[in-house]
Design a protein around this ligand. Sequence first.
Ligand code: FAD
Ligand code: EPU
Length: 336
Amino acid sequence: MQSLQSLHTFALPANCQKLVRITMSEQLHTVDFCQPFFILGEGSNCVFLNDFEGTVIQMANRGIDVKELDDYYLVHVAAGENWHQLVMKLLEMGIAGLENLALIPGTIGAAPVQNIGAYGVELADVFSHLVGFNIDEQTFETLDKSACQFGYRDSVFKQALQGRFVITEVVLKLPKQWQPVLEYGPLRDLQNTEVDAKQVAQRVMQIRRSKLPDPELCANAGSFFKNPVVSREVAKTLCERYQNMPTYPVDDEKVKLAAGWLIEQAGLKGHRIGGIRVYDKQALVLVNDEQGDGEELLAMITYIQKTVFDKFMVELIPEVRLIGCSGEFSKGVEHG
Ligand code: FAD
Ligand code: EPU
């Protein structure tokens, strides 16, 4: 038995039968994938609800290699490297492009899984290709950007390749000609000033620290639900009723709503069930600040989904990956 409490940032009490740390990708050939298994990075986007009856495979391989070409850099990074440390290291080397994604917890290997994004940039914007282990074929393969099928908090690794592919290396493509991305609300006031990438990173970190709890100090897993994407008609009806409701156009037919706003307007900020609480500075974040357990968290998820659905007729789907005793819940928790 191995405790998982310190291996996921939501820090629920849970164990697994066996933990294997992968420090060299070739080790994957020796793993028994016939038993239940779960691939883990730094555990900042998954929650172990109770004991996992299988092997947890933690990606801990290291290495960063920067190749300079005429117009851009190709940055090869091993899956076990820490994302934020990479962002800072590249900025120190004078390589820009990841500054809007500063302070996102977790590993490089997990970044393509949900196509991490923040402040107007997502991984897909800076992605070249990746290498990983195809579990069915027992071979290493290279996948280009189109094969990864990136979407909003989505990729092929959450769909057809879920549980079938271990990402071992990610290659980023960062143009030398830097263009700051300052369209996201709180960054707009930088638009009229001369800024460099380090200053953008500083501003992003300042905003994030003011809204998001540090998992080292207060157990959490970031945004708990995805921002719901609805049809234009649904958004229009809601906007007529709630005139200050934030909306973000996705395409000609779809509009994204702000789940944090919906949860706050449903009166749930600060709501507590056992050890789990809706964070008061950002209602999209749940915190485990009083030693909660998996049952309390499930009760909280269902209560939030039901309350928001009853008020707005909008369904919230967890962004965080929920792991039960035999593996991941297939589609998160549907509202009751
Ligand atoms: P884990 O939680 O360990 O794993 C996440 C999923 O990826 C699991 O399903 C796992 O099986 C799979 N996985 C992990 N590694 C691999 C691999 N090598 N190969 C195949 N599958 C793998 N996310 C954002 O997008 N934007 C944000 O702004 C953001 N802010 C956050 C703020 C806080 C305070 C916290 C706690 C989280 C935040 N997140 C954010 C979520 C999280 O940081 C990202 O999803 C991150 O990429 C998770 O990395 P990890 O190594 O911790 O992954
Ligand atoms: N809002 C409220 N009340 C709240 C929270 C938010 O009214 O309690 C409103 C805000 O005022 C704003 C809107 O909702 O008008 C959006 O809020 P915010 O800018 O804080 O972003 P978010 O939609 O809550 C998303 C990502 C974050 C990412 C930020 C910045 C998702 C699920 N979450 O949050 O990612 O850092 O944008 O780009 O897309 C994560 O995935 O874990 C994560 C933290």
